[in-house]
Design a protein around this ligand. Structure first.
Ligand code: ZN
Length: 433
């Protein structure tokens, strides 16, 4: 802080010089690692091949050529291609099928039968080209290590250490939520997670407005200083049309408001995932056939034909059929005298009498019945009366209480404070550059 004030009190040209100098220093610090090349050193039999960063220029600058000691093993990295299996890979490396047969009979090597394209295996071969060991990280946190022992092999599972770090992102919506979230550096999974957290309160398909904004605190998984996966969203804030929504992940794995009310509700705000909706900003829609603004009994979602339509809540299918007005339709009855209706489907995927779960696909969006273009017409009926599901106060799901609530409140305060910490955002921006 003192430094910052000192910095601010400097004349403008001086401040610029300080900035330029610090940027130069940072660039110089980053320089060698960018020019570095990775080489593998295989003269020992470590768990993993040791990665060494060698500066090209430093090598070139050496006066006399250095002959490295001959490695005992040759390392071969194999990237699994589509259609590959261990047999094919062994053949490609010129390895013995008898060895593969021995390995296949070992306990715990079943994962080798489930190779997926893009995965990487590390083989260590003797100078004579025989298999010495093989290493297969089959998930982010698990690897299989097979090593030659006497006349056969041994297999063991290796737990991979992942570093968990926290990071944050924030954005403001100009044209689309998706675009703003991508711009904020969020991954596709994180965007979907964020929409799912607030999907009970905000209709991401229709409620968003330019100027809406969001902040997210999340985990990231690192392996050897490399980001390998995005972890859970720990806390998030979404401001929709001036209304502030906040959610914090609890130790029970669910999201709650800072006051401890579950984010999850008995009904989804929208029966269509927002990612299928072409425009998040819907002007007041005219009736597709009459062209008049009429007291519409439902909400129309325009999305491509074939878009999956979800049951907004759990319940049972009370009607599933076809007529000339509704086209293919599905009606679902839920606990508490609620009925939801889904019209104009290209296909129904449930039948009358069937129980459905919240989020389950009940049909595909279409343009059947009395319509001018494909869309989902969605109705929400309470006790026989049509309601606007977007403004309706929906039945509240569970709330934390007692000790769980007290613990959660402490945790929520900490997480929300982090969400508002500018230092974290600075760190995030530096990562992104
Ligand atoms: Zn409609």
């Amino acid at each position: 802080m003192v430094l910052w004030h000192a910095f601010n009190s400097l004349p403008t040209w001086h401040r610029k010089m300080v900035l330029i100098l610090s940027i130069l220093v940072m660039m110089l610090a980053a320089w060698p690692s960018e020019r570095a090349v990775a080489t593998r050193v295989d003269d020992n039999d470590n768990e993993l091949a040791v990665e060494q960063q060698v500066d090209e220029e430093a090598l070139l600058a050496r006066a006399e050529p250095v002959t490295p000691p001959k490695p005992r093993y040759v390392t071969r990295q194999v990237k699994v291609r589509s259609g590959d299996n261990m047999g094919v890979i062994f053949q490609r490396l010129g390895l013995s099928t008898a060895d593969l047969h021995l390995i296949d009979q070992l306990e715990g090597t079943d994962t080798l039968r489930l190779l997926r394209p893009g995965q990487e295996l590390t083989f260590k071969l003797t100078q004579g080209g025989e298999l010495h060991s093989l290493y297969y990280p089959h998930s982010l946190e698990q690897a299989l290590k097979v090593s030659r022992k006497d006349d056969s092999f041994t297999a063991r599972a290796v737990r991979l250490e992942l570093d968990t770090r926290e990071a944050s992102a924030q954005g403001s919506i100009r044209s689309s939520f998706w675009g703003a979230a991508v711009e904020a550096g969020m991954t596709e999974d994180q965007i979907m997670d964020l929409a799912a957290i607030f999907g009970w309160d905000i209709d991401f398909a229709q409620d968003l407005q330019p100027g809406d904004s969001f902040r997210v605190l999340f985990e990231e998984k690192y392996q050897d200083e490399e980001r390998v996966a995005s972890g859970d969203i720990l806390a998030a804030e979404f401001i929709n049309q001036g209304e502030i929504y906040r959610a914090v992940l609890s130790e029970d794995g669910n999201y709650y408001t800072p006051a401890g009310k579950a984010m999850r509700k008995s009904f989804l705000r929208a029966p269509v995932n927002f990612k299928y909706i072409s425009s998040n900003f819907n002007p007041r829609r005219l009736h597709p056939v009459t062209g008049k603004v009429r007291p519409h009994n439902g909400i129309d979602y325009v999305a491509p034909v074939g878009t999956p339509i979800m049951a907004a809540g759990s319940g049972s299918v009370v009607a599933a059929g076809y007529n000339q007005f509704n086209g293919n339709y599905v009606f679902i009855k839920h606990a508490g005298n609620y009925v939801t209706k889904y019209l104009h489907l290209s296909k129904r995927t449930v039948n009358k009498g069937q129980r459905v779960k919240q989020g389950q696909t009940i049909g595909l969006l279409g343009g059947t019945g009395r319509v001018t273009g494909p869309h989902l017409h969605y109705e929400f009926v309470v006790g026989g009366i049509h309601k606007n599901p977007r403004t309706l106060i929906l039945p509240q799901a569970e709330t934390l209480s007692g000790n769980a609530l007290s613990r959660f409140k402490v945790q929520a305060r900490q997480q929300l404070a982090k969400l508002e910490q500018p230092q974290l955002q600075l760190a995030q921006r530096r990562d992104a550059s």
